[in-house]
Design a protein around this ligand. Structure first.
Ligand code: GRF
Length: 217
């Protein structure tokens, strides 16, 4: 199975996926990395891992439809069975999402449906959340609104600031994202527009794990 990873920045989730691939734990081959920016640090991580890279520079396209068309062209040229969003900071057209809906995953730094959008760690602290975390979800046209598959819960500590909380959540992102990819690779996970099927059964609610606990099989 062939996967393409889409990034816009740092690429630490990409790195975690590449590490899982190297360890034989991912179940898919990352055949290419696409960045929406030519200065994304993640591009260097991809190149260092010997991965093909492409830049589809969002600033060069007149609008979202043109950008998404260029993106699709690259994804399809690499014959991707799975599209993994990993810090990809672009909002897609509905057409793009619908085209890849049954084979596109995202990692989001909150316990969805709480805290969609940006600056989730800052908002979790400001709003006095006692728990925070991250979610791997299927992608649907509704931003950060697709069915959630697996979440990791992280306690918010009194002394946390945005950065310390982000670091603890990020460590969990790096655990749960490759794990869900493996389920997809093994044919255990099917993505539908409004539900996900795991081991033949619709997931009534996201699976959850606490930081430090073992991941579900
Ligand atoms: C992560 O927090 C991810 O959840 C969010 O964007 C950030 C990307 O970080 N979607 P990185 O580029 O993977 O380091």
């Amino acid at each position: 199975m062939r996967a393409v990873v889409l990034i816009s920045g740092r690429g630490s989730n990409l790195q975690a996926l590449l590490a899982a691939q190297r360890g034989g734990e991912l179940g898919v081959k990352i055949v290419g990395v696409i960045s929406s920016r030519d200065d994304a640090p993640g591009l260097r991580r991809a190149a260092a891992a010997g991965c093909r890279v492409a830049v589809v520079d969002a600033t060069r396209y007149p609008g979202r439809a043109a950008f998404d068309a260029a993106l699709s062209e690259q994804i399809d040229a690499w014959q991707a069975d799975l599209v993994l969003l990993a810090g990809f900071l672009r909002i897609f057209t509905d057409d793009f999402v619908i085209r890849y809906q049954n084979r596109m995953l995202n990692i989001h730094p909150s316990l969805l449906p709480a805290l969609r959008g940006l600056h989730t760690h800052r908002r979790a602290i400001a709003e006095g959340h006692t728990e925070h975390g991250c979610s791997v979800h299927a992608v649907t046209p509704e931003l950060d609104g697709g069915p959630v598959i697996l979440q990791a819960r992280v306690a918010v500590r009194a002394e946390d600031d945005e950065q310390t909380l982000a670091e603890r959540v990020l460590r969990q992102e790096h655990r749960i994202y490759p794990h869900v990819v493996r389920w997809f690779a093994d044919g255990r996970l099917q993505l539908n527009p409004d539900s996900v099927i795991l081991d033949g059964k619709p997931l009534a609610r996201p699976l959850q794990v606490r930081a430090g606990d073992p991941l579900p099989d």
